[in-house]
Design a protein around this ligand. Structure first.
Ligand SMILES: Cc1cc2nc3c(=O)[nH]c(=O)nc-3n(C[C@H](O)[C@H](O)[C@H](O)COP(=O)(O)OP(=O)(O)OC[C@H]3O[C@@H](n4cnc5c(N)ncnc54)[C@H](O)[C@@H]3O)c2cc1C
Length: 378
């Protein structure tokens, strides 16, 4: 096995409190931040990409060991660089992390790692971005910190559970050995919850609780899927958009309840003996979770209940009542110069996908360019 490529250089990092001036700061070097960087670079704009991680792609490397994409490699490339894997293969999490790292290197994108942004504040007609390694003064900020937010969403009832029950959020789950023996309750049946319940049921009696988010029936590696996938992708990019009624309805479902089962299907769960309960887990009795009206003895609970956005560090008026930024196609509606990239349903269902983020990033870069063109020459 070849050694993993070294982390991108952090040379030139400002470790003093001096403020640097730059046209655009992109926060986050995931697929969204990198694609935005690609488009800005092509337009000849000056920018920097800041990321808290030690290495580009770490977010993927920290996923559970057996995670494989549900989108085939031929649809996993970002703008300008195809994914280096056989066209109809499903890359694992480390391959995705390494691809993102190589993408940043290939285009020599100015990524500053180990740099956490702690606040964004207004400053004239621009912003001050404060990090744990110095400040940036800029005209534009692109927030590309993650599709669904970064803060695990765990129901309040978790604190009432017997401390003997091991609890972990899906973002902390890596492999079944973490769990020990005994029955496991997985709460949340979006595609991660289904994948995890399927894996855990190999070793532990498993209950999966949560509403059924639907499923896309053919198996991912079937011939039928090879025909169907391009059609699905077309619908995800051009039909399920914020411009269509069906798209807007889907947007609410995806943002608040999660997506359909893709890799693991209902029949897979049943065959592996996963007990499926479609009601929510909303109460605790005698320290035990109540599942479908009955307190259950479980050794472990995995909360596959998603994430919530936490934008408290952005000191600008931008949040809607639903907790999501008020924006259209990534441009904040009230704050010129503030942009988002990589939001779930930023434009369409496909916005959260590797294959979909490039178009949104191109749009955001275009808006930044248009803003610059409007700036009067002093
Ligand atoms: C389990 C799972 C399976 C998926 N499977 C697929 C699939 O098969 N195919 C597909 O196309 N998509 C898939 N996706 C969807 C999608 O690719 C991901 O959601 C993707 O990671 C989103 O990219 P992003 O760039 O928006 O955010 P992220 O990848 O989350 O990147 C955000 C970056 O921002 C950084 N950051 C956050 N806050 C700060 C801060 N304050 N300061 C500095 N840096 C910060 C983080 O370190 C991170 O590097 C999957 C997602 C998940 C969770």
């Amino acid at each position: 096995m070849p050694d993993a490529p070294p982390a991108l250089s952090v040379d030139g990092m400002d470790t003093t409190q001096k403020t640097r001036e730059i046209e655009t700061v992109i926060i986050g070097a995931g697929q969204a931040g990198l694609s935005t960087g690609y488009h800005l670079q092509r337009r000849g704009h000056q920018f920097v990409i800041l990321d808290a991680s030690a290495r580009v792609g770490d977010n993927w490397r920290q996923q559970w060991d057996t995670l494989k994409l549900y989108t085939p490699a031929q649809y996993d490339g970002l703008p300008g660089l195809p994914f280096p894997a056989p066209r109809w293969s499903f890359p694992g999490k480390d391959q995705v992390g390494d691809y993102l790292d190589s993408y940043a290197r290939h285009f020599d994108l100015p990524v500053r790692l180990r740099t956490r942004v702690v606040s964004v504040d207004p400053d004239g007609d621009g912003f001050v971005v404060t990090t744990d390694r110095g400040r940036y003064s800029c005209r534009n900020v692109v927030v590309a910190t993650g599709t669904f937010g970064r803060t695990p969403r765990i129901p309040e009832i978790a604190s009432e559970l017997d401390p003997a029950i091991l609890q972990l959020h899906s973002s902390q789950y890596r492999r079944p050995e973490q769990l020990g023996a005994g029955p496991v309750l997985v709460v949340g049946a979006s595609h991660s919850g289904c994948d995890l319940a399927f894996e855990i049921a190999k070793t532990n009696p498993t209950v999966l609780a949560g509403r059924d988010c639907g499923q896309i029936p053919p198996q991912l590696d079937s011939r039928q899927m090879r025909v169907m996938f391009p059609l699905l992708l077309f619908a995800w990019r051009h039909v399920l958009t914020r411009r269509t009624p069906v798209g807007r309805k889907t947007m609410a479902k995806i943002r608040h309840h999660g997506g359909p089962m893709l890799r693991v299907k209902r029949s897979d769960l049943a065959e592996r003996g996963v007990e499926r309960v479609t009601s929510r887990v909303e109460s605790v009795a005698d320290g035990r979770p109540v599942v479908d009206g009955t307190p259950r003895d479980v050794a472990t609970i995995v909360w596959a209940t998603g994430f919530r956005q936490s934008f408290a560090w952005i000191h600008l008026p931008m949040l809607g009542d639903d907790g999501w930024p008020r924006e259209m196609r990534g441009a904040a509606t009230e704050t010129p110069g503030l942009y988002f990239c990589g939001l779930s349903f930023q434009y369409c269902f496909g916005s959260m996908l590797l294959s979909g983020v490039g178009r949104d990033a191109g749009f955001v870069a275009g808006r930044i360019a248009a803003r610059k063109a409007l700036t009067p020459v002093s």
